[in-house]
Design a protein around this ligand. Structure first.
Ligand SMILES: *[C@@H]1O[C@H](CO)[C@@H](O)[C@H](O)[C@H]1NC(C)=O
Ligand SMILES: *[C@@H]1O[C@H](CO)[C@@H](O)[C@H](O)[C@H]1NC(C)=O
Ligand SMILES: *[C@@H]1O[C@H](CO)[C@@H](O)[C@H](O)[C@H]1NC(C)=O
Length: 818
């Protein structure tokens, strides 16, 4: 009895002491109970559950051992396994409600989280999930749902940036068809769309048992027949490993394939390495993501403690760290809750007691009155945990989402870079970049080199021609003029021409087979409109239109101006040619042509018509011309006589036209660089490869050979006709030659006139002494010879006599000579 009395007194004193201490201290800890209940619900025997269980227990132990966190209050943890079942999870959650639980950790599964969140909402108990990554578990719909890990929204952004970084456009997504998988892939779809990439094929795998090797094989066989070779795998570990095993069996872990696994793989690997060699062999070259947690002293200490806790039976993964930090979020929030005078009290849900649910004995469940206050304190968390800075942003997501990008090589994994929400892909850890203003331009994105499946280091192309027996359809315009470019072989579906040869040569250069089929386009009566064609087909096949010119925008237009060289007699002299040049080139380019009122020709179906209209030339001045003969006729006639002053057309046609028309030429400057064009559907993976192939053709001379085969004709070449008018020929100078010739003739005539006159004088003086013929000839020769005599005396004498006699010749005897 005495003992009892004393102990009572001691208790009273102790209470008084506590009261005094409380009164003196700044907190009103009188409302702090000795124990608060928290619950945890997840699947104990899963990859994540196994490690989370150890981590959560350890966190509770650490918090209870630390008197500064809850200041006297202890956490009591109750754990239930939900076995990945939404129903069991809900039952477990309801059971917690009967035991005055103020916060629930879990669930790990997004599916279960969707269900339990309703319960948590109604009963106002915060639900903290360290592993439910489904991005649609939004805080708006479920105010009491607190995600204490990264949302898959960010993980999918990371995947999309990796895909964009490697310039892949189409991916295949294989996912578990439940909330986790489906919503994750939806987020991926959005993230890819923002990068102008897309998921070309989605394969949902039913969750739960019953989907075995045979079914996986069926799926992967289908996937192998598709065009894309980039596969994103967003599943659970068991299914993932099965996929890899079947994929390797089917040869899909070989050169050319890209496998990107979301963090299911890294968390499974981290907690179960080393895996059996066989399993590792199946996934060589796979790229995976892992939630990034910065290195710290605390993390290192926890990691070294881990093997003691588990006896080395399983490794630590990032979910364990998030689970550990989750308990601390609760502890800090409870502390703040008590600081603010929060009281742990519950009240009955009147709807349950009055709603006719009495038989279910739901009245034991009650609403946590302080739920709102506790929840608010959780959102205000701000401390450094094992996973880094624990803080929620305005959207209720943990700040600084970041991922490691890992590559599976040999028996281990290698980190090839990081992704963070702020800086994108980099080889520096995100912590290094948080303080810096990061330039997100693609030039600044970087990853270390990856060893891809098949042990290749070169980036896989990411797509192949689908092996599904479908032919690539190629529209071929049914031209009626300039058939050298492309035309149909009569009575067949085959085509021939310059374009066809270039295409075939280029396709043959591609490193893969491209089965194709030509499809004629047009009515065969006039050239088809290229604009229509490009709207209609897979790809048009035309020369002169650039790749980007599917709508005929970037276009090569050139000027054709023709000078008629008048081949009449007089205009052939040098001066007259220059004059004609000036007179017949009033058109210097498109602008001077625009100013005139002359009519302008264009080829039927060509985009030149639209171009001319767009630059403001009225339709009435435009003349559609169908054939090269029509070109010639119209140009010959000229604008005044119902023809045209000039023709605006694409360079290749002009070149062909001029190759047998020497009388016309090109004037003005080309509007754009002359180039080759193949029109592809937007983002067609073929476009880059075919462009490269054509460049190769151009470099090795094949393009020129094909050009010469089809487009070089006899007669004058284009260059000649352009220079023709500037070049001077022998006949250009005949006027000058005539003048020269006449002058020479007159000079010679005068000379002989003089010689003859002198000879007559000499002959007259010597006629009596000797009149023989030979003597006369001698005299004549000596007179001619005298001219060449070098002696001055004799020459002066002769010159004098000639000048005397020439006067006579001119005045007296000229008429006589004639
Ligand atoms: C406890 O103290 C806080 C301030 O620290 C005060 O706002 C609150 O009203 C107090 N609660 C009680 C029950 O005294
Ligand atoms: C991620 O980045 C976007 C834009 O860069 C920003 O609006 C968002 O708040 C960031 N999220 C987090 C959790 O930091
Ligand atoms: C980002 O970097 C690129 C290339 O490094 C540069 O061209 C661009 O101007 C930079 N942008 C900003 C905003 O600094």
């Amino acid at each position: 009895m005495g003992v009892h009395k004393w102990s009572l007194v001691a208790l009273v004193l102790l209470n008084l002491g506590v009261f005094l201490i409380n009164g003196l201290s700044t907190h009103n800890a009188s409302t702090r109970p000795a124990i608060v209940n928290i619950g945890a619900i997840f699947t104990f025997d899963s990859t994540i559950g196994k490690v989370a269980k150890v981590a959560i227990e350890e966190a509770v132990k650490d918090i209870n051992a630390n008197s500064t966190v809850l200041r006297g209050t202890k956490l009591r943890l109750e754990m239930r396994s939900s076995n990945c079942s939404g129903f069991l999870g809900m039952v477990g959650a309801l059971q917690f409600m009967e035991s005055d639980t103020i916060a629930i950790i879990g669930p790990q599964s997004s599916v279960v989280a969707h269900i339990i969140s309703h319960v948590a909402n109604e009963l106002q108990v915060p639900l903290l999930s360290f592993a439910a990554t489904d991005p649609t578990l939004s805080n708006l719909q479920f105010p009491y749902f607190v995600r204490t890990t990264q949302s898959d929204l960010y993980q999918m952004n990371a995947v999309a940036e990796i895909i964009d970084y490697y310039n892949w456009r189409d991916v295949i997504a294989i996912f578990i068809d439940d909330d986790y998988g489906r919503n994750g892939v939806l987020a991926l779809d959005d993230a890819l769309a923002a990068k102008r990439c897309k998921i070309s094929y989605k394969v949902g795998i039913p969750p739960g048992p019953g989907f075995g090797r045979t079914e996986v094989m069926d799926i992967l066989v289908k996937v192998a027949l598709l065009e894309s070779r980039v596969i994103v795998l967003h599943v659970y570990p068991d299914m993932g490993y099965l996929m890899f095993s079947v994929a390797r069996y089917l040869g899909m872990m070989a050169d050319g394939y890209v496998w990107i696994a979301t963090d299911w793989l890294s968390s499974s690997l981290d907690s179960s390495l080393p895996l059996p060699l066989e399993k590792m062999e199946n996934m060589q070259g796979v790229v995976a993501l892992r939630q990034h947690t910065p290195d710290s002293v605390e993390k290192k200490a926890f990691t070294s403690k881990w093997s003691k806790l588990t006896g080395g039976s399983f490794g630590l993964n990032s979910y364990a760290l998030y689970a550990y930090d989750t308990v601390w979020i609760i502890a800090h929030a409870i502390d703040a809750f008590f600081d603010q005078g929060g009281i742990v009290s519950f009240s009955n849900d009147s709807r349950l007691s009055s709603g006719g649910f009495a038989d279910l004995h739901l009245d034991a469940m009650s609403i946590f009155n302080g739920g709102k206050l506790l929840l608010d304190n959780m959102w205000k968390s701000d401390f450094v945990g094992l996973t880094g800075h624990i803080k929620f942003d305005s959207d209720r997501n943990l700040v600084n989402p970041a991922y490691d990008i890992i590559n599976i090589i040999g028996t281990g994994i290698r980190t090839v870079g990081y992704w963070s929400n702020g800086s994108g892909l980099s080889t520096l850890t995100p912590e290094n970049l948080y303080s810096k203003q990061v330039n997100r331009s693609s030039a600044n994105q970087e990853l270390h080199s990856i060893i891809w499946p098949g042990e290749v280091v070169t980036k896989p192309r990411g797509w192949v021609f689908p092996n599904n027996g479908k032919l690539l359809k190629i529209a071929v315009p049914l031209r009626v003029s300039y058939k050298e470019f492309v035309s149909q072989l009569p009575g067949t579906n085959m085509s021939k021409g310059f374009c066809i040869d270039v295409f075939v040569a280029a396709v043959n250069l591609l490193p893969y087979a491209v089965p194709y089929q030509f499809i004629p386009f047009g009515n065969g009566k006039e050239n088809p409109s290229y604009t229509e064609l490009s709207n209609y087909v897979m790809f048009i096949f035309a020369i002169g239109e650039n790749t980007a010119s599917t709508l005929g925008r970037i276009v090569l237009l050139i000027w054709l101006f023709v000078v008629l060289i008048i081949n009449s007699s007089y205009t052939a002299s040098l001066t007259s040619i220059l004059t004609v040049q000036q007179l017949s080139s009033p058109v210097k380019g498109i602008n001077s042509l625009k100013k005139t009122n002359d009519r302008i020709g264009y080829q039927v179906g060509s985009f030149a018509e639209r171009y001319l209209l767009e630059i403001g030339i009225p339709q009435s001045r435009l003349v559609a011309l169908g054939t090269p003969d029509a070109y010639t006729d119209a140009l010959r006639k000229g604008s005044k006589n119902g023809g045209v002053a000039a023709i605006v057309d694409e360079r290749p046609y002009i070149e062909l036209f001029l190759s047998n028309q020497c009388t016309f030429r090109v004037v003005g400057t080309e509007f754009t660089k002359s180039g080759w064009g193949f029109a592809f559907p937007r983002d067609s993976p073929l476009s880059v490869d075919l462009s490269t192939a054509i460049l190769t053709l151009s470099e090795n001379g094949d393009l020129q050979r094909i050009h010469d085969k089809w487009l070089i004709r006899s007669g004058c070449s284009t260059d000649n006709s352009e220079l023709e008018s500037d070049r001077l020929h022998l006949k250009s100078f005949w006027g000058l030659f005539l003048i020269c010739g006449v002058a020479c003739f007159i000079a010679i005539f005068i000379y002989f006139c003089q010689v003859f006159r002198r000879f007559r004088n000499v002959a007259r003086s010597t006629v009596d002494s000797d009149g023989s013929r030979s003597r006369r000839l001698q005299t004549l020769l000596s007179i001619i010879d005298e001219k060449k005599d070098p002696r001055d005396k004799k020459r002066q004498k002769v010159e004098r006599s000639i000048s005397d006699e020439s006067k006579d010749c001119e005045t007296g005897h000229d008429s006589e000579q004639r």
